[in-house]
Design a binder for this molecule. Structure first.
Ligand code: HXC
Length: 518
């Protein structure tokens, strides 16, 4: 073979690999408002930064005439590149080749890229669009999935792992995203489920379509499987890029500091008016968060799932932080099962990757009643407690209003090794709310009294209890709160706190791993 011919051959093979399953299939995908694997990678990575490997790898299946149908790359594009100049590893499934289904060789390509990512200490991003296990291959694809899942677990807490879902993600395909740190789905064009509508119908006789079974709306409101829903593929890519900007490359590094113009001492007077005079009146904790963080920009996650707790990323003085906040606007900010699990997983993510935690507390307590008890609020509330106690990153807590009972203990309290616990003058830190407390304490005093008399006695006692306990000074007097601060000072105090704690080091007992109440 002469040189010119061999160069041409490579050029032609590359061109062949680049069209995946062919122009007709690409056109079909575009008609549905979807993109190819390569288009997604191009949008995700910095321009011209993609380095591909295994472009010529093909499947080895000889069942059902498959030996005659091979596509270069076998339905997946893998490699590395940069996002905002930082190294990442990426794989993207190509729906134009056998519906992006997972073959043994596809799994080998994904595993190779994951192994490279962890070896080099860089995040890995999976762009999923797949009909599940390649049906023609059988058992090999099961082993292939499991090889990926094993690596997802091995990489967990070592490098950030992100998933984008751009089309189907069914059967065995769902567990890899579930094991990664964050999942972004595209509304109306992506879905995730263990078994599709037909299997559901035959097993449970339930009639359900793909969107209602596993669309983005389901997984960002009901199941909590996904963290963000995007309007289209481009927005999903932009979410993935921004999310990464808050994270370090791996667990041995700190997140990057991104300087900005927002003054460190910006004091917003509006914060002093934020808490309503009536303690039962709601307000939006996100208004508080936005006033204090850099450039008033809060990158919220799981906004529509367990909305009684708010989680997300922001920056203070350029320092990336994880924010956890009770939301008085939804169920009065109470802690229930879903909220506890949502916050616990986020706290653990931040702790894995050296991202300090800033917690805003306004919580009336844990949700009482059979619904929550039967669903395991004891076990699930303990998850959040465990996560905060275990976290060794800097922990700064601001109590804006209520902090009652067990929920007080759980929400990054001093005794869970909260580093800096601040309270606004409007804070109420006590064992329980005044109404409930006086009913228990004065049950004997009102026995035999008329309803009017009982009501008057209880109102008087409640006033007395509230005056005595519904303030931050009892806790501050014990040192459980480090300082009572003006709301407008919050931004500066958090920034100073983060600087004070930047070299924090807490040693823990040697152990294999703890036993979080899963
Ligand atoms: C091989 C597949 C495939 C698969 C799709 N294709 N899924 N080939 N294995 N799993 C092929 C189709 O034959 C078709 O090929 C092309 O991909 C596009 O598929 P369409 O059906 O035309 O596309 P669409 O109408 O958009 O429907 C997409 C779909 C559907 C909903 C994903 O294809 C589907 O239901 N696929 C099967 C899903 C499934 O049951 N997977 C196995 C799960 S079991 P042509 O040549 O016609 O273009 C599993 C267990 C693993 O994953 C557990 C491990 C732990």
């Amino acid at each position: 073979m002469n040189t010119a011919k061999s160069l041409d051959e490579l050029i032609n093979l590359r061109a062949e690999a680049r069209v995946g399953g062919g122009e007709a299939k690409i056109a079909k995908l575009h008609e549905k408002g979807r993109h190819t694997a390569r288009e997604r990678i191009d949008a995700l990575l910095d321009e011209c930064s993609f380095e591909e490997f295994d472009m010529f790898k093909v499947h080895r299946c000889v069942n059902f005439g498959m030996e005659n149908t091979k596509f270069l790359g076998d339905g997946i594009v893998v490699g590395s590149g940069t996002i905002n100049g930082r190294l990442v590893y990426v794989y993207a499934q190509d729906f134009t080749v056998f519906g992006g289904s997972l073959s043994e060789t596809m799994s080998e390509k994904i595993c190779k890229v994951m192994d490279m990512a962890v070896k080099c200490g860089a995040p890995v991003i999976g762009l999923n669009d797949s009909g599940g296990a390649r049906i023609q291959e059988g058992i090999e694809s099961l082993a292939g999935y499991t090889n990926i899942l094993y690596r997802n677990v091995a990489c967990s807490g070592v490098i950030p792992q992100l998933s984008g879902i751009f089309g189907p993600c069914a059967g065995g395909a769902v567990y890899s995203p579930a094991l990664t740190d964050f999942t972004v789905m595209v509304r109306h064009n992506s879905y995730m489920f263990l078994t599709g509508p037909k299997v559901v119908k035959s097993v449970t006789h339930e009639d359900v379509g793909v969107e209602d079974l596993g669309g983005a709306s389901v997984h960002t409101t009901k199941s909590g499987v996904a963290h963000l829903a995007a309007d289209d593929g481009a927005q999903a890519i932009s979410h993935l890029r921004e999310m990464l900007s808050y994270m370090p490359q791996n667990n041995m590094e700190k997140p990057p500091i991104l300087e900005n113009e927002d003054p460190l001492d910006r004091a917003e007077a509006i914060l002093d008016e934020m808490i309503p005079d009536n303690p039962n009146q709601a307000y939006d904790i996100k208004d508080v968060i936005r006033e204090v963080v850099d450039e008033k920009h809060f990158f919220e996650l799981q906004a529509d799932y367990a909305a009684n707790i708010v989680i997300g990323f922001a920056r203070f003085g350029g320092q990336s932080v994880g924010i956890v906040a009770n939301q008085p606007n939804v169920l009065a900010g109470v802690l229930n099962n879903d909220a506890s699990i949502k916050a616990a997983r986020f706290v653990r993510f931040c702790d894995c990757f050296n991202i300090p935690l800033v917690t805003f507390v306004d919580v009336p307590g844990f949700m009482p009643g059979t619904v929550e008890e039967y669903a395991g609020i004891i076990r699930n509330g303990a998850k959040l407690l465990y996560a905060y106690a275990e976290a060794t990153v800097p922990k700064i807590t601001i109590t804006t209003r209520k902090s009652y009972g067990g929920a007080h203990c759980v929400m990054s309290s001093k005794q869970l090794d909260g580093d800096l616990n601040y309270a606004w003058p409007t804070a109420e830190i006590a064992v329980m709310g005044g109404k409930g407390a006086v009913e228990i304490l004065n049950a004997r005093d009102i026995k035999g009294k008329s309803p009017e008399e009982a009501k008057a006695i209880l109102a008087e006692k409640e006033k007395e209890y509230t005056e005595r306990f519904a303030n931050p000074y009892v806790a501050a007097g014990r040192g459980y709160v480090d300082d009572v601060i003006l709301p407008r000072e919050t931004r500066l105090r958090v920034i100073r706190g983060l600087r004070m704690l930047q070299d924090k080091h807490r040693t823990t007992h040697p152990k294999k791993h703890g036993n979080i109440p899963l």
